[in-house]
Ligand binder design. Structure first.
Ligand code: UTP
Length: 482
């Protein structure tokens, strides 16, 4: 129904509906609005699924502070620890993964709808240049890693069948990042990937609310909204009909990750092979928590033998956070979530239906831009890991922080997880690869502040570098490329 807003007072029926949900203040400034602004306000309210939004706000606020099952550590035996892996296992998983990729069974799912407020850039985070010698953005690094895995899969294919493996890349944006992301990819010619192998889709938004659940107005004629969290991906995949699209392409596995990790091993064949070998529905790469107070969520079991889930750092009792496992001498709650997941398509289908009905969202206290300036308010979000409790079987796969985790969260000048810290992590790792491949690195600033960068087009995880590096000297900082 189209509601025309040319009257002196707000449309009666819409006002009544808002009153039913205690949100009539959204029309508080009606008298001061121009006819055009009135129409914009009516359209904005009409675009909201009010019964659903109201249910989510009420259930989420009510669930705060309710008792939840006690947390239990994930047993060490449920985790594939890095130090326990044999060379034979690694090679087997690598080959299994590459074979499945050659068969077109893996797609990559990028979560890129966040607003990146802490980083403070007006562009989507993926466009960010962290200052590597190549000047490549996070998107370009990830695109080139996909190209590299495709090439490795072709090489693996030579020993078997024929074909040209293509890894489909699903990129989730939000209304805040969609247009600039698409334009960025287009203007960079998809970084060498085929345009048809990339599908952009948008996640939904939720109104931002005050602590008593009322809409915060961004302008007198628009409700403040924020993306519905990276767990909005499940509903977005369903509403965009992309689960069917994946099935029609023969995709069976989804490698799902956040945009803001400069060391992310996109489409990692080893992780895929491990996942297939375990035959589980959902898995996560984890890193060991660095110290008890580190601000990362950790995987736990909810109750004895209960489902696997993630507890955020501020939800974990400080005594539990620093508790030591007497047998291992390590933290009892040590498996940090770094937003690197693998799912079967079957499980994604199942969870998209389950989570859609879930009315309890996480409440994130944030500063919200409003008609009163920056106001303290709540964003309503689902998280990607909310799916784990629904999974009949799960697995955790430890990876080494200095090999796979270089987060880009905060602006330079902050104490941690900045573009500068991520750049140094990349340079250090790549320098080690080059030296291990027989290369030499010279430098005129201390090596801890510089290093060499290896183009993902040359090497995915340090392999195949001997031919380029052996006996050669590189002066840091520089990029090693073909
Ligand atoms: P973060 O919450 O760490 O980053 O999201 P952010 O939202 O971009 O930044 P801040 O919190 O505003 O500073 C982790 C990953 O989840 C994605 C982000 O793009 C990032 O890859 N994300 C986050 C979404 O895709 N959608 C969201 O609604 C939120």
């Amino acid at each position: 129904m189209v509601v025309e807003a040319n009257a002196e007072s707000p449309p009666q029926a819409l006002m009544e509906r808002l009153k039913d949900y205690g949100q009539e203040d959204a029309f508080a400034l009606w008298d001061e609005l121009s006819p055009r602004e009135r129409q914009l306000l009516v359209d904005d309210i009409e675009s909201l699924d009010l019964p659903r939004v109201d249910r989510i706000i009420r259930c989420s606020l009510r669930s705060q502070g309710l008792p939840v099952a006690a947390v239990e550590p994930v047993p060490e035996s449920d985790v594939s620890a890095a130090e326990g892996r044999t060379m034979e296992e690694r090679e087997r998983w690598w080959k299994m993964g590459l074979k499945a990729i050659s068969d077109g069974k893996l797609a990559v799912l990028l979560l890129s709808g966040g607003q990146g407020t802490r980083l403070g850039s007006s562009d989507p985070k993926g466009c960010f240049n962290i200052g590597l010698p190549s000047g490549k953005s996070l998107f370009q690094i990830q695109a080139e890693r996909i190209l590299c895995v495709q090439k490795l899969a072709v090489q693996a294919l030579r020993e078997g069948s024929v074909g040209s493996p293509q890894i489909h890349w699903y990129i989730m944006t939000s209304p805040f990042t969609d247009e600039p992301t698409r334009k960025y990819f287009e203007s960079h010619k998809y970084f060498g990937l085929e345009a048809e192998q990339i599908t952009f889709f948008q996640q939904g938004t939720m109104p931002c609310v005050s602590k008593d659940g009322r809409f915060i107005m961004e302008t007198p004629y628009r409700v403040a909204k924020a993306p519905d969290g990276n767990g909005g991906v499940y509903t977005a995949l369903k509403t965009s009909k992309l689960l069917e699209d994946m099935a029609s392409r023969g995709i069976k596995y989804l490698d799902c990750y956040g945009v803001d990790n400069a060391l992310v091993r996109v489409a990692d064949p080893t992780f895929l092979g491990y996942f297939m070998d375990k035959g589980v529905d959902a898995a996560a790469k984890v890193v060991r928590k660095a110290y008890p107070q580190e601000k990362v969520g950790v995987f736990v079991r909810r109750g004895k033998g209960g489902p696997l889930t993630v507890v955020e750092y501020n939800e974990l009792d400080p005594t539990l956070a620093s508790a030591i496992n007497q047998e291992t001498g390590r933290l009892r709650f040590c498996w940090s979530n770094v937003c690197l997941h693998m799912f079967t398509l079957d499980f994604l289908n199942q969870v998209a239906n389950g989570l859609e009905k879930d009315s309890i969202y996480h409440l994130a206290e944030k500063k919200i831009a409003s008609i009163h300036g920056q106001t303290a308010g709540l964003k309503l979000e689902q998280f990607i890991f909310d799916a784990f409790p629904y999974a009949p079987s799960t697995a955790l796969f430890e990876v080494l922080r200095d090999e796979e985790f270089a987060p880009v969260k905060n602006a330079n000048g902050s104490n941690f997880d900045t573009p500068d810290s991520a750049r140094l992590l990349v340079l250090r790792l790549h320098t080690r690869w080059v030296v291990a491949a027989g290369g030499f690195v010279t430098h005129s600033v201390p090596l801890y502040a510089t290093g060499v960068e290896v183009s993902p087009l040359c090497s995915y995880a340090g392999e195949n570098l001997e031919a380029i590096c052996r006996g050669r000297t590189f002066h840091a900082p520089c990029e090693i490329a073909f």
